[in-house]
Design a protein around this ligand. Structure first.
Ligand code: BTN
Length: 246
């Protein structure tokens, strides 16, 4: 594993992608930054993180033979590696909000931004960006956000935490590399079992800004969320098509 530590950069995902476009990098090259000036979140949002307080890092995962059609499994693997690790730290009431936010109760403590580099119908590599709120105590105007310190009441060593999370991620990806469908399936089932608001009546907003009620009942192999509506009608939604309201 190679770790590049930066004091400040625009975004570790951008840094890693640009570096990889110039030089051949090994599998599991990691870029970690103390501060990001333009941290990126999902769907064009901004990832805010107080300098020096949290983990903001990106991991390059290279694949030999991984079909684009299976790309959701990368989200599942990363989410479950983080989930399991946070569980070991005894963070209470953990769940994964589809597709890959990690929550404690109703509060988001980690976000994941995966950017894939494709070659035909294969994923050649993924830049996996993780923002984990660790020691930050105040999140202005972000009511549903928290940190490990706010939850557990203690400061964490960022370097130690990073290296143990990277180890968990390597172990989880070893499963994917081994291509054992039964273990991969078990991890997918574990992911589904820890989904936020699974089987609970929930309110959603669709692309046309309309609100509707339904139950999250499943996630398809392609990573679409399956919501059961009135009269037991099941409907699949992609990331841009639906928002689960708190
Ligand atoms: C989200 O929940 O919206 C995803 C947030 C991902 C944030 C991380 S921080 C490290 C990496 N670099 C970025 O610019 N974004 C990801």
């Amino acid at each position: 594993m190679y770790i590049i530590k930066l004091n400040a950069t625009e975004s570790t995902n951008v840094y890693l992608k640009e570096l990889f476009a110039e030089v051949a990098l090994n599998d599991f090259t990691v870029v970690v930054a103390n501060e990001q000036s333009k941290g990126r979140g999902q769907m064009g949002t901004v990832w805010e993180s107080e300098p020096g307080k949290n983990l903001t890092f990106s991991v390059l995962k290279r694949f030999d033979d991984f079909m684009v059609s299976q790309q959701f499994m990368i989200n599942v693997m990363v989410s479950m590696a983080l989930y399991k690790h946070l569980k070991k730290l005894q963070i209470p009431d953990l769940s994964v909000k589809w597709p890959n936010d990690i929550l404690s109760g109703h509060h988001k403590i980690a976000g994941i931004l995966i950017e894939n580099i494709l070659s035909g119908d294969k994923i050649q590599s993924s830049v996996i960006g993780i923002g984990l709120n660790v020691n930050q105590m105040h999140f202005n105007n972000l009511p549903n956000v928290s940190s490990i310190k706010l939850i557990l009441g203690k400061n964490m060593d960022l370097d130690e935490l990073l290296s143990s999370i990277l180890k968990s991620m390597q172990e989880t990806f070893a499963v994917l590399n081994a291509k054992d469908p039964s273990i991969v399936n078990t991890i997918l089932e574990n992911y589904k079992s820890v989904l936020f608001r699974k089987d609970k009546p929930s309110t959603f907003r669709n692309e046309n800004d309309e609100l509707f009620m339904g139950f999250i009942t499943d996630v398809s192999a392609e990573g679409k969320i399956i919501v059961t509506l009135e009269d037991d009608v099941k409907k699949e939604f992609g990331l841009k098509e639906i928002k689960l309201l708190y």
